[in-house]
Design a protein around this ligand. Structure first.
Ligand SMILES: Cc1ncc(COP(=O)(O)O)c(C=O)c1O
Length: 430
């Protein structure tokens, strides 16, 4: 990767994102081994919706889990057929409904649409009724359960908590299912959708979330809200994503994927009522986080103590407390996770500088104090123009890019499995 980054930096201005196809393939293979067919595997585009990345998953038989018309278009651009597209998200609006209805009306429906609330079920039913022609195939939906667990992750990622804005409790699920049965002509309720949170480390809690989802599913079947015919043919539970990634390399991703599968199996085998035939996962981060590096250059270096404590100290991963300051040409615009979630992304030198290293405060170029990457061991002799790689920049990095301070969008490059470099997006293009 270092050699490819140096080669690319001769012609591509920094910062740029460099993705290793081999690393993405390895991450995908771990999840494919743990969740083989007939598990339905979809890639959650929110982690990185670049069509060229999505098409790597398309080629491996993964579907596309989308939250917006923009992501649906990216999935289509990557070659995904409607039958492999799932649509979910707390903020779906008329554009997303229209896309789902249009797909069903042409006989090529999305795999499913996951509904977040009773109000959303009402809005979708009304949108289908307003459509001028009856749908030629049913618009299949899941209802998203809020499993009300303690996901054991960062507060900003704990979407399976009862207090989060995501999903519905059992009473709301039942009300939405009854509404669909009464007013949802053209809509077929096929099951339950779950996503308990991201960077999930507490698998016991996750297993509880899957158990609750299975119980919710069984309740809908026994009330006839999922019909017997649907249960037999299309009954579905999607258990979401959330598999964690440690950027310091301390995880064993194959073992982790197996542990998630074992927890799902334990929930399925303990289920009392009718269980869904179709089982699905939709990871994002675990597939793409580690395969992409943000390649940056050193802009300025100076000796300046940053030993700060008390209320004005930067929190967690942003804090430095050391005596050398290194300013890079990449920062929170290209990678917002440190400031958003306190994420620590190791920074590795690429330009070789032999000898000792020194703890250095690494900052980005943006006019915000929180544009910082914390303290990292960097070569003593580091100099202006040296190249560095910020690791773990594949998930929720380019996807959350911001042009703040008038900065152009970085180029995207791919290091292919046989070592060739290709440009996936030129610098400056949105
Ligand atoms: C519903 C849903 N599914 C899947 C994902 C992907 O999660 P992760 O990237 O942690 O695997 C998310 C992330 O927010 C989500 O909200």
């Amino acid at each position: 990767m270092a050699a490819a980054a140096e080669q690319a930096a001769r012609t591509t201005p920094t910062p740029f994102y460099l993705t290793s196809e081999a690393e993405i393939a390895a991450a995908a293979a771990h999840l494919e081994a743990a969740f083989p067919d007939p598990w339905v595997r979809s890639y959650s585009l929110k982690a990185d919706p670049l069509p060229a990345i999505v098409s790597l998953f398309n080629d491996r038989g993964w579907g596309a889990n989308c939250v917006s018309l923009g992501e649906i278009n990216a999935a289509r651009h990557a070659g995904m057929p409607n039958a492999w597209i799932t649509l979910e998200g707390i903020g779906k609006g008329p554009e997303e409904f229209d896309a789902a209805i249009a797909a069903a009306s042409t006989g090529a429906p999305f795999r499913w649409v996951a509904i977040e609330s009773l109000d959303e079920a009402r809005a979708l039913a009304a949108a289908v009724q307003k459509y001028l022609t009856p749908l030629s195939t049913p618009l299949r939906v899941l209802l998203r359960l809020n499993p009300s667990i303690e996901p054991g992750t960062h507060a900003g990622l704990a979407v399976g908590r009862g207090s989060s804005k995501f999903g519905s409790d059992l009473a709301e699920i039942t009300a939405a299912a009854r509404l669909i049965a009464a007013d949802g002509a053209g809509i077929e309720l096929i099951g339950i959708h779950l996503h308990a949170g991201s960077q999930l480390r507490d698998l016991k809690e996750w297993e509880t979330a899957v158990e609750r989802s299975l119980a919710a599913y069984a309740g809908l079947v026994s009330e006839g809200l999922i019909t017997e015919a649907t249960h037999q043919k299309h009954g579905t539970l999607c258990v979401g994503g959330g598999e964690p990634v440690a950027l310091d390399g301390s995880d064993d991703p194959a073992a982790q994927a197996r542990a998630f599968r074992a927890a799902a199996d334990a929930a399925w085998s303990g289920a009392a009522g009718p269980v869904p035939l179709v089982r699905a996962i939709e990871p994002g981060r675990a597939l793409v986080a580690t395969g992409t590096y943000l390649i940056a250059r050193v802009l300025h270096i100076r000796e300046r103590a940053e030993v700060v404590s008390g209320p004005l100290a930067l929190p967690g991963a942003l804090a430095s407390n050391c005596e050398r300051q290194v300013i890079l040409d990449a920062g929170m615009g290209e990678l917002i996770r440190p400031v958003l979630y306190g994420a620590r992304h190791p920074v590795l030198p690429i330009s070789s500088r032999d000898g000792s290293t020194r703890l250095s405060a690494v900052h980005g170029p943006i006019c915000e104090s929180t544009d910082a990457l914390g303290a990292h061991q960097l070569p003593e002799g580091i100099a202006r123009g040296d190249l560095l790689a910020i690791t773990g920049a594949g998930a929720y990095a380019d996807a959350m890019w911001s042009p703040y301070n008038g900065r152009p969008r970085p180029a995207r490059l791919l290091l292919g499995v046989s070592g060739e470099l290709s440009e996936l997006r030129v610098r400056g293009l949105i």
